[in-house]
Design a protein. Structure first.
Length: 319
């Protein structure tokens, strides 16, 4: 989601942006937004005992309509000049990036290690670079093939450690990682679609964010019905006060404020500095998972993530 995804992407470089200073606070806003994303697993995992992944994402989006509907209504004139191609990009951004990707991301917590599911989202910039090459005909950074191999090695270590896949690893490890990577692919493609819309149309960031949340709701309703969810039960006894409070926090903190803080800070922060500040995302997520979910990382998994982050940092510096 250019300007709408969950991790920084090299394509969002602003060549005319002023250098960040501590007075401007851009880098701190990036870190704050990234830290809020680290709350995802802490809020989603407890809800999975009472709701399916699709139901969690649907309820989250229904709450986000409080922002989406006014944003789309205020910017409704911006849709009049859009072509079918532009609407197709909006649907990919909404259905793929906001709907399906978030469902896959949530399902990943059901099968895999919560911290691994979070850390694998740092692969998004690689998919953004590939999608930008295919869809926007942008050049690949020099040495991209080597970076891709290093990132794949880091992904292997993060998922399997030093053990051989399909032998010592459990099915949940592989399934959880594949679901998380699938979400990263969709979010990466959404970044390119969002960048395309923000640079080729007159749509504002606020209107596009609202459309992203709003148009995902019909898809999520359909997925919930197909999966056999009882929509009436979702709003009945299953939705207790404690669940509602967690849904509100999920929609408000990582869902809305995290995005707004992050991209407000990114507008005045160089890509390399933003990549450093984004370490607040995995740091917060891993720490909270360890303290509250009793899910720590091994040294090998930490090395795997370090390799992935090094690749992301190098791409940010080179672009």
């Amino acid at each position: 989601m250019a300007m709408l995804n969950r991790t920084h992407t090299p394509e969002l470089k602003r060549t005319a942006a002023p250098p960040v200073t501590f007075r401007q606070g851009g880098v701190w806003l990036v870190a704050l937004g990234a830290a809020l994303w680290g709350l995802d697993s802490l809020l989603r995992v407890p809800l999975m005992g009472a709701f399916t992944s699709t139901e969690i994402v649907l309820i989250e989006h229904l709450l986000l309509l409080l922002f989406a509907v006014p944003a789309v209504w205020i910017g409704r004139r911006q849709f009049q000049s859009l072509s079918l191609r532009h609407f197709g990009a909006i649907l990919f951004l909404s259905w793929g990036g906001s709907g399906l990707a978030t469902v896959l991301f949530t399902m990943g917590f059901q099968y895999g290690h919560p911290s691994v599911v979070l850390l694998l989202q740092k692969l998004q910039p690689l998919f953004v670079v590939l999608a930008a090459k295919l869809l926007l005909n942008e050049r690949l950074p020099r040495g991209f093939s080597l970076y891709l191999l290093v990132a794949l090695g880091g992904t292997y270590l993060l998922t399997f450690g030093l053990q051989a896949p399909f032998l010592g690893a459990t099915g949940g490890q592989l399934t959880g990682s594949l679901l998380s990577i699938g979400a990263a692919v969709l979010w990466g493609g959404s970044t390119v679609m969002g960048r395309y819309l923000l640079t080729r149309t007159n749509m504002s960031f606020e209107t596009l964010t609202g459309a992203r949340f709003l148009f995902a709701v019909p898809l999520l309703f359909g997925l919930a019905v197909l999966s056999g969810s009882s929509l009436s039960a979702m709003g009945g006894e299953a939705l207790k006060a404690v669940h509602l409070s967690m849904f509100l926090l999920l929609a408000l903190l990582p869902g809305l404020l995290g995005i707004l803080f992050y991209y407000r800070g990114l507008s005045s922060t160089p890509a390399s500095s933003a990549t450093l500040a984004e370490l607040a995302f995995p740091a917060t997520g891993v720490l909270l998972n360890w303290l509250f979910l009793d899910k720590g990382l091994t040294v090998t998994q930490a090395v795997g993530f370090a390799l992935i982050w090094w690749v992301v940092y190098q791409l940010s510096v080179r672009r």
